[in-house]
Design a protein around this ligand. Structure first.
Ligand code: SF4
Length: 421
């Protein structure tokens, strides 16, 4: 893998998000899902849809304790919840934005219109080749780009309803080489797509690692915990890092800029969230991006004016981003590129410009000494029995009563098979 671009934390703005002041409120409304994704963090526990009163309580908890700008509705598949319209309307009443994390399969135009009316801000679609989707029965899917039509379908439906749409894929060794093509697709369709997210595939490895809960060794496996276990002994799907993805994107898109990050909880060198962007026109021409100073101004200004940090803008960001050019070096470069192109073809001045957000998330890693490197000030904490826990590890709390403690397995250690509590 090419890594000739090195990202340094010194060149990035450390997002000021924290436990009690975080723009994202993660609320899981259901366990029920209509498709299956490899490495999914949520095992179907049989709890089904969460009660509306409990969901309202969780939204208020997030507002009070997390100072959220947005509620991210997750699951399972949130649109399957029978009270989804009431949930959206309640979030709006609480003066927060709402995003639904969805695979899109159950969405209809009528449902989108109703969700918009109820107050929804937009969707974050997960559509990729790790999924087993009913649509795949009609068409042979061999690569991420085979899914472009499906993504476009949902992007157009969202635009028609006046809703934002961003698209995410899980990145592993099998589709890593397709990331540039996926970004090119998003650039070409930046009038429909507000952002993309690239989530590095991780599962809890079982080879050479023993797991403990409540002081006892427990047997873990994909049958009990959805995100556990290598596919086979040569499985290397867990190795791609955010830094490698950054280098890959820089290699293909010279204007791409990363502006901000969240680090890890155990490894001071890791970058767990890497937020970047490309400023593009509707013909797919990239002018550049904005950097850390612009992001600092955006976050600081939003907090000063509204009292919370910003995530998922209400609407797509366009030319107004250039207003910040005096304060941000990469943005100055992008702005001058834009002016240069307008001098060559003055009609460009009247054509739309879109800011395409590119978020990279490096999911938790088990370090060689057995510690788990989580995302520092995790934006996706959810509520479990009155406490905030990392949503990517919620099932450990639900099955074992607490987070599992990994330890490097000693060769003389007997395998213990205890049942989940
Ligand atoms: S630590 Fe938090 S932000 Fe990071 S993958 Fe897990 S839930 Fe998401």
């Amino acid at each position: 893998m090419k890594t000739n671009f090195v990202v340094s934390k010194k060149d990035l703005y450390r997002l000021p998000w924290s436990m009690n002041d975080n723009p994202i409120g993660w609320v899981e409304v259901t366990d029920v899902c209509n498709i299956r994704c490899e490495g999914c963090y949520r095992l179907v526990m049989g709890d089904g849809h969460k009660d509306l009163a409990q969901i309202r309580e969780e939204i208020c908890f997030m507002k009070n304790w997390r100072n959220c700008d947005n509620i991210s509705l997750a699951g399972g598949e949130p649109v399957l919840h029978p009270d989804i319209l009431e949930i959206i309307a309640f979030i709006k009443q609480q003066k927060m934005k709402s995003i639904i994390l969805t695979n899109g399969y159950a969405l209809t135009e009528k449902m989108l219109a109703d969700l918009k009316k109820a107050g929804l801000t937009g969707f974050s679609f997960h559509i990729d080749t790790t999924q087993i989707r009913p649509e795949f029965k009609k068409k042979k899917i061999e690569s991420e780009m085979d899914l472009s039509d499906l993504r476009i379908k949902f992007a157009k439906m969202s635009k028609k309803a006046g809703l934002n749409a961003s698209f995410g894929i899980t990145v592993h060794d099998g589709n890593y080489h397709e990331v540039p093509a996926f970004i090119r697709w998003a650039i070409r369709n930046s009038n429909l797509v507000s952002g993309i997210s690239l989530i590095t595939y991780r599962v809890m490895p079982t080879q050479g690692i023993a797991y403990y809960a409540n002081g006892e060794r427990v047997k873990v496996g994909s049958e009990s915990l959805g995100y556990t276990g290598e596919k086979d002994s040569s499985d290397k799907t867990q190795t791609i890092t955010s830094k490698e993805l950054y280098a890959l994107i820089r290699n293909h898109f010279r204007g791409y800029e990363a502006s901000s990050y969240l680090g890890g909880t155990a490894d001071h060198t890791s970058i767990k969230w890497l937020i970047g962007n490309l400023i593009v026109d509707n013909k797919g021409k990239a002018y550049g991006g904005y950097g850390k100073s612009a992001m600092e101004l955006i976050q600081g200004f939003h907090h000063f004016v509204s009292g919370s940090y910003l995530v998922y803008p209400n609407r797509k960001v366009g030319k107004e981003v250039f207003l910040l050019f005096p304060f941000d070096r990469p943005l100055r470069k992008a702005f001058f590129n834009f002016i240069k192109q307008c001098l060559i073809n003055p009609l460009r001045l009247f054509k739309p410009v879109n800011v395409l957000g590119i978020g990279i998330i490096q999911a938790p890693d088990i370090l060689p000494d057995g510690r788990i490197d989580m995302c520092d000030d995790c934006p996706d904490l959810c509520i479990h029995e009155g406490k905030l826990v990392n949503s990517c590890r919620l099932d450990e709390c639900r099955i074992y009563g607490e987070f599992l403690q990994p330890r490097m397995e000693r060769s003389d250690e007997p395998a213990v098979e205890s049942e989940p509590v």
